[in-house]
Design a protein around this ligand. Structure first.
Ligand SMILES: NC(=O)c1ccc[n+]([C@@H]2O[C@H](COP(=O)([O-])OP(=O)(O)OC[C@H]3O[C@@H](n4cnc5c(N)ncnc54)[C@H](OP(=O)(O)O)[C@@H]3O)[C@@H](O)[C@H]2O)c1
Length: 244
């Protein structure tokens, strides 16, 4: 049985991951900004699976609270074997492109907060010399687009951070999986109909399959790998004129 911390537990993708890990007898700590919703989710998981499911509260932007939050989580779970980082926000991209405060808030929630929590997780798992970290990123981090470059740059930085962390943690036998998500049907993408949207449950299945085969980077769904391969190759002078 593994003891797993899920950060951003109110995301539908996180919920599906939590349910699947709990169904296999693992203990899950469901950390969210919304404690009431985390409690509700924990109760649902306990009833359906009989596994240990503990609710907790955290905010990615409240960096000063992260170390205490982490210590309390490990105490509540009685150890820690895995961390799944699933929080993120598009923020207000239009406002972020003209307001430094908005831009920094988006970057803090998607990147700085993640760096703080991943550093705490890495220190613990490296000392333990076992475990795993799953970082939910985005294909938006692969190339800066006029439409969403504030969010995208935070996700790009997160992918680079996870890549370096993977290299460091390999020496301690700790798996670091970066998930490059395409469009998933959640609150974040509500109302979008690109034809390439997948359900959060389907995304969770792919993430777990990649985690099981000890993958390092996975595109979910798979077809985003060739799509992004093409997108990355478009010359800058053409790319900047496109609607991407
Ligand atoms: N949906 C997509 O198409 C898509 C594509 C690429 C990547 N992603 C990534 O997938 C992950 C999950 O997103 P989702 O699609 O499931 O969207 P979602 O339903 O909006 O979930 C986002 C989660 O992040 C949490 N969160 C946001 N800001 C936070 C903060 N400051 N502190 C703590 N938690 C915070 C939210 O908590 P609250 O409930 O409190 O708001 C929620 O649990 C995110 O990292 C997102 O960037 C999603």
């Amino acid at each position: 049985m593994s003891k797993i911390l899920i950060l951003g537990a109110t995301s539908p993708i996180a919920r599906a991951l939590a349910m699947r890990f709990a169904a296999e007898g693992n203990a899950v700590f469901l950390a969210a900004r919304d404690f009431v919703e985390a409690e509700r989710l924990a109760a649902d998981i306990r009833i359906r699976t009989g596994a240990v499911a503990i609710p907790g509260v955290f905010d990615a932007a409240e960096l000063y609270f992260h170390a205490t939050f982490f210590e309390k989580t490990i105490a509540a779970l009685g150890g820690l074997d895995g961390v799944i980082l699933c929080f993120g926000t598009l923020g207000n991209e239009a406002a972020a492109q003209t307001s430094p405060d908005e831009a920094v808030a988006t970057v803090n929630q998607n990147f700085t907060g993640a760096v703080s929590l991943l550093t705490l997780a890495a220190r613990h798992l490296e000392q333990q010399r076992s475990g795993f970290i799953v970082v939910i990123g985005s294909v938006a981090g692969e190339r800066g687009r006029a439409k969403n470059y504030v969010y995208g740059s935070a996700k790009g930085a997160l992918a680079t951070f996870a890549q370096g962390l993977r290299a460091r943690m390999a020496r301690a036998g700790v798996q670091v999986l970066t998930v490059k998500l395409g469009t998933v049907d959640t609150r974040m993408t509500w109302g979008r109909d690109s034809g390439l949207v997948v359900a959060p449950e389907a995304a969770a299945d792919k993430i777990i399959a990649a985690w099981r085969r000890k993958a390092e980077v996975v595109y979910v769904p798979w077809f985003w790998r060739p799509i992004m391969g093409v997108v990355r190759m478009i010359p800058e002078r053409i790319f900047k004129r496109t609607a991407f």
